[in-house]
Design a protein around this ligand. Structure first.
Ligand SMILES: C[S@@+](CC[C@H](N)C(=O)[O-])C[C@H]1O[C@@H](n2cnc3c(N)ncnc32)[C@H](O)[C@@H]1O
Length: 255
């Protein structure tokens, strides 16, 4: 390690978004079929107002939002993910702050605060998730929206080992441990098997929460649920939806 390299953080999820996983994340998840729909939906909700993305990562959403002319500020605690953002064409248009999305405050008020890609569940206690809602609400202008994308907990798979990528020279497996139904904790890991490299295991710790619990977190933060979709194309949310996008609005007048 040199003076210019960032320190490795100690908890499991910080390691997950360390140098190695940041590069693999960009390769495996940096491009997704629903990204354009996500950008369009967030831009519609922003309606020209500034956007704050918590857990901005490599700017998969933030960069195209900035390309649309929206002022975009991103917060992330992984210097490696932020370095990936800065390397992208147009990445310089996104203002960034390195810090924890639960506690970091940035100047200004935003029309949309965005928390995409299940990052809410990377906060492994209920307290942290409540504080994340509160931090998001504190950055909203009246009428602004906190937009959260999470996997549907009812479809979370525990005790599995399944391939997510199979090619002649690489197999990637997703494994998960038994879910703890009391604490709502689930540990998963991506296992990389490559012909020319040692086996790599990248663990991820999560705490899932169902829609009613999230709605309560919203209410504790002074927010009201205004929409819930089963995808970024704004399809209806049903019990079979793999994920949901929930929109929590800060009321215009006194609550
Ligand atoms: C799954 S990536 C998503 C990146 C981006 N939002 C997207 O959709 O492409 C989650 C991001 O959240 C960041 N993250 C996770 N926990 C965080 C925390 N407590 N504080 C700040 N950033 C966090 C990670 O470093 C990572 O960049």
């Amino acid at each position: 390690m040199t003076d210019t390299e960032p320190d490795m953080k100690s908890d499991i999820n910080s390691v997950a978004y360390g140098e190695e996983w940041s590069a693999l994340w960009e390769q495996d998840y940096g491009t997704r079929p629903d990204t354009d729909d996500a950008v369009r939906t967030v831009a519609d909700l922003a309606a020209g107002r500034p956007v704050l993305e918590l857990g901005v990562g490599t700017g998969r959403l933030a960069v195209p939002l900035a390309d649309l002319g929206l002022p975009v500020h991103g917060v992330d605690n992984s210097p490696w993910m932020l370095a990936g953002l800065r390397k992208k064409p147009g990445g310089e248009r996104v203002t960034t702050t390195e810090g924890d999305l639960v506690t970091t405050t940035v100047p200004g008020r935003f029309g949309v605060v965005l928390l995409a890609s299940y990052a809410l569940f990377a906060l492994t206690t209920q307290e942290q998730q409540i504080d994340c809602f509160r931090n998001a609400a504190a950055h909203l202008e009246p009428g602004g929206a906190f937009v959260v994308e999470v996997v549907s907990p009812q479809l979370l798979e525990a005790d599995i080992c399944r391939p997510v990528k199979i090619s002649a020279d690489e197999v990637v497996l997703l494994v998960s441990t038994a879910a703890d139904r009391i604490t709502q904790r689930l540990q998963t890991a991506h296992v990389y098997l490559r012909h020319d490299a040692p086996v790599k295991i990248l663990p991820w710790d999560s705490r899932y929460a169902g829609p009613p619990e999230m709605d309560l977190m919203g209410r504790l933060a002074g927010l009201e649920l205004s929409a819930r979709w089963g995808g970024w194309d704004r399809r209806p949310y049903t019990a079979a939806s793999a994920k949901h996008i929930s929109v929590y609005t800060l009321p215009e007048g006194p609550v």
